[in-house]
Write a protein that binds this ligand. Structure first.
Ligand code: NAX
Length: 330
């Protein structure tokens, strides 16, 4: 039997983890036969609940699940980790200022970045889900100087999948027929779901889409979908977020999407300066996974209208970075 892949999930008592953990244990990321050791990280007050989740994971008798453990110690949780899903974050409470939220989360992601730096496996892949996801990933990466920065990512695959779903309905095609979608920028209302390079069965179709619809319906609908879900469901997206996290990590590990060299997906990656995005910012970009590594598709042509939209979201990332720096979190 191969040695187990160590997968760390933070926020293990929360609602996203309750869906995510079972899909990881079912082998959806590394393959159904690759043994997995799950490490669940929680804050001390939620360790009990996480232990209940661990019991349920055991009760599912997943063939790939070798062991599950629960801890509130980050060093222990990330020791030898091959993959880490940083889902746990401090939610914005009533009356909480933006700076309070950044301070609380900054402390969490600094500690976790340091623990990853100290103990994770050489092939560690980090996906930050907890909000503000891009800036939390930025903080974690900054506290892990020995880990290559392309190992730190934030989740924008949910925004990407939401866009595919809307477009599939609009064009009456299955989402699997769609390619060339990208969501630029921050996982926030400023994001830019961009249909410029959209294809159906490999053929460009962006010219067929009404620009009014794109600007007035599509973009705000995708960017505001999280809020729409809260309104209708009564709590925030959980299973769809978990599903997007699985898509993200599976494609990263196994290559993709769909083994098609021409296609890409959206990953919030540490910028290396492509598309004029300041270096170091964690920004949604078109990304391929090749041989287990993520590569930005860096040669797309950008119109002035796209430039304006990308810059607006990047400006928000810059202001979050400035806030984090002024709080002494770097
Ligand atoms: P829950 O509040 O259900 O769960 C969060 C869990 O994190 C709690 O159990 C809490 O105890 C734990 N936690 C807090 N601090 C921790 C720490 N230092 N170490 C370990 N665990 C810690 O939230 P849930 O609905 O699961 O959402 C989790 C995060 O995902 C939130 O920040 C949320 O805003 C974010 N989301 C991000 C999305 C994305 O696309 N990037 C979409 C979905 C979701 O809104």
């Amino acid at each position: 039997r191969e040695t187990a892949h160590v997968v760390t999930v933070t926020g293990a008592a929360g609602q996203i983890a309750y869906s995510l953990l079972f899909r990881i244990a079912a082998g959806e990321i590394f393959g159904p036969r690759v043994p997995i050791e799950l490490r669940l990280l929680e804050i001390p007050s939620a360790v009990g609940v996480a232990e209940g989740v661990a019991m349920e994971l055991e009760d599912a008798a997943f063939p790939a699940l070798e062991s599950v453990s629960v801890t509130s110690d980050a060093t222990e949780a990330f020791d030898g980790a091959n993959a880490a899903f940083l889902v746990g974050a401090k939610p914005r409470g009533a009356g909480m200022e933006r700076a309070d939220l950044l301070t609380a989360n900054g402390a969490i992601f600094r500690t976790q970045g340091q623990a990853i730096n100290a103990g994770a496996a050489d092939d560690i892949r980090v996906l930050v889900v907890g909000n503000p996801a891009n800036t939390n990933a930025f903080i974690a990466a900054n506290h892990a100087p020995d880990v290559p920065s392309d190992r730190f990512t934030a989740l924008m695959r949910l925004d990407h999948n939401r866009a595919l779903s809307q477009l599939g309905h609009k064009l009456s095609v299955p989402t699997t027929a769609l390619g060339g979608m990208v969501v630029w920028g921050n996982h926030s209302l400023s994001q830019f779901p961009d249909t410029t390079y959209l294809t159906v069965d490999g053929k460009p179709v962006s010219g067929d889409l009404d620009t009014r619809w794109i600007e007035d319906d599509f973009i705000p609908r995708v960017a505001g979908r999280g809020g729409e879900i809260i309104k209708v469901r009564g709590s925030s997206s959980a299973a769809s977020a978990a599903s997007a996290a699985v898509d993200h990590m599976r494609d990263w590990v196994q290559g993709g999407p769909e083994g098609n060299d021409e296609s890409w997906t959206t990953v919030a990656m540490v910028s290396r300066g492509d598309y004029g995005i300041p270096e170091g910012l964690v920004c949604g970009q078109p990304v391929r996974s090749v041989g287990g590594k993520l590569e930005v598709v860096s040669d797309l042509e950008i119109s002035p209208w796209q430039r304006h939209r990308i810059d607006a979201s990047v400006a928000e990332l810059i202001s979050e970075r400035e806030a984090v720096a002024s709080l002494g979190l770097l």
